[in-house]
Design a protein around this ligand. Sequence first.
Ligand code: FES
Length: 129
Amino acid sequence: MALYSEKVMDHFRNPRNVGSIENASGVGEVGNAKCGDIMKIYLKIEDDIITDVKFETFGCGSAIASSSMATELIKGKPVSEALELSNKAVVEALDGLPAHKVHCSVLAEEAIKAAIEDYYEKTGQTANQ
Ligand code: FES
């Protein structure tokens, strides 16, 4: 029985948008205290559009696949849309994660939110939510 979907394996083996962005508009780093995994997201934002996004994840395969998929989902999107990205949407886009691996996708949602908050702080805006 395959525990992981083909999409998870694909994004784990060939993660998209790995790396960092110099002078990023926003950077967000989050971790999960239980497993010790860490995820960092870099955003480049122009006119409220996410023109580039990169990630560094020190974590399990599901965390890497989740970050890869999440960056693909928000690239080219308005900030407001990225802010609404839920871990559920990431899991769905990956064709599912095993129940005990769902928290890995939560890291992706949190890291993106943290990076957007950083962007808002840097630009003196407030997230109106
Ligand atoms: Fe913790 Fe995957 S096991 S992020």
